[in-house]
Design a protein around this ligand. Structure first.
Ligand SMILES: NC(=O)c1ccc[n+]([C@@H]2O[C@H](COP(=O)([O-])OP(=O)(O)OC[C@H]3O[C@@H](n4cnc5c(N)ncnc54)[C@H](O)[C@@H]3O)[C@@H](O)[C@H]2O)c1
Length: 319
């Protein structure tokens, strides 16, 4: 079986691609290399392509035929929230038009299985302890909007064409399965903390007066290796005949505060990480934790790793 992985040269995509390869699947990498790292995908054939370009459907059709692609895991997207606020048109074009091009190519090539990378950003600022998939989505930035619109587009295509699809709403992805695939973007909390430590600076904590047990924001950190496992489970689910389009949270069901992450990282490093409190950032919900009942029921998947596993995995990766 051959699976095309878009965004394969990225942090999460490379973990998914290597795990699929370990299970005996042939991987076709599709990436424009705008933020991807070539050495992560040396092992795979690459179609270097910006999915949002007009010629993308034709290029993909040819590649799907050449490599006998049967399914797609679509991770390629722009994901910087602040940038999406400044450049909404570019984000909609890249994330939504790119997906539309992919779906066009899949339909005309008879490729009828899709796992779509969505995000907890689709929920916005839910005021609940745990967020389940039935909650109304109200994204608060263009990035989150493109993910929600992407889900709608995938759902519409599933209804119209019989596409077998599942959207996975990732919560906070962290850790690494292998050092060479580590997150280098310094856009998420764990790499940001590590970068501060490497520079000899205290870890910045944005706000310590939230209505949470220690006053800092609480998130659901899922290990990227567990997330990759969820994609393999989702592709297996798409093999079943009776499987309606579904949206599934991917998290652990457990919340960790910023100070919990700092404490875990301190344990992994073997020395305390000092902190400095800075003002709150706009648009940070106090708490965002996944309900994982649905993914457990539908895919039989549960996260196997915890926050200490995440922090332990990134420390040797940076050494
Ligand atoms: N990292 C997280 O915590 C997180 C959380 C929720 C959802 N997601 C989603 O997961 C996916 C992967 O995220 P990541 O953290 O690995 O990001 P990443 O930036 O490391 O990887 C994205 C990859 O997609 C490629 N790409 C981007 N736009 C493209 C385009 N138009 N055409 C072709 N290739 C393109 C980039 O070159 C890169 O290799 C994204 O869809 C992101 O929105 C990530």
């Amino acid at each position: 079986m051959t699976v095309a992985v878009t965004g394969a040269a990225g942090y999460i995509g490379s973990h998914v691609a290597h795990l699929l390869a370990e299970t005996g699947v042939h991987v076709l990498a599709v990436d424009d290399m705008s933020s991807g790292v070539g050495s992560r995908i040396d092992a795979f054939p690459l179609v270097e392509l910006d999915l949002a370009r007009d010629e993308a459907p034709g290029v993909l059709r040819a590649a799907f035929a050449q490599h006998q692609v049967q399914a797609v895991v679509h991770l390629a997207a722009r994901k910087a929230v602040g940038e999406s606020v400044e450049q909404p048109t570019r984000y909609y074009h890249q994330n939504v038009a790119g997906l539309a091009n992919l779906l066009t190519a899949m339909q005309s090539s008879g490729v009828d299985r899709l796992v779509f990378s969505s995000s907890a950003a689709a929920y916005g600022m839910p005021d609940v302890d745990v967020v389940d998939e039935a909650m109304a989505c109200a994204p608060i930035n263009p990035y989150g909007e493109t993910k929600l619109v992407g889900e709608w587009l995938v759902r519409a295509a599933a209804r119209a064409t019989g596409l077998r699809a599942v959207s996975l709403r990732y919560f906070n992805v962290a850790g690494t399965g292998r050092p060479e695939l580590a997150d280098t973007s310094v856009a998420n909390l764990v790499p940001i903390l590590l970068a501060r430590v490497a520079e000899g600076l205290p870890a910045a904590v944005f706000g310590d007066d939230y209505p949470t047990p220690d006053g800092t924001c609480v998130r659901d950190y899922v290990h990227v290796a567990d997330l990759a496992d969820a994609h393999v489970a989702a592709l297996g689910y798409l093999e079943q005949d009776d499987r309606p389009y579904d949206v599934l949270n991917v998290g652990t069901g457990h919340g960790a505060s910023v100070l919990d992450v700092v404490a875990s990282l301190s344990r992994a490093l073997g020395h305390p990480v000092p902190t400095v409190v800075e003002p709150r950032r706009a648009g940070d919900p106090p708490r965002l934790v996944a309900s994982v009942e649905r993914i457990s029921e539908v895919l039989g998947w549960r996260a196997a790793r915890d926050l200490d596993d995440i922090c332990a995995s990134v420390v040797p990766a940076r050494a």
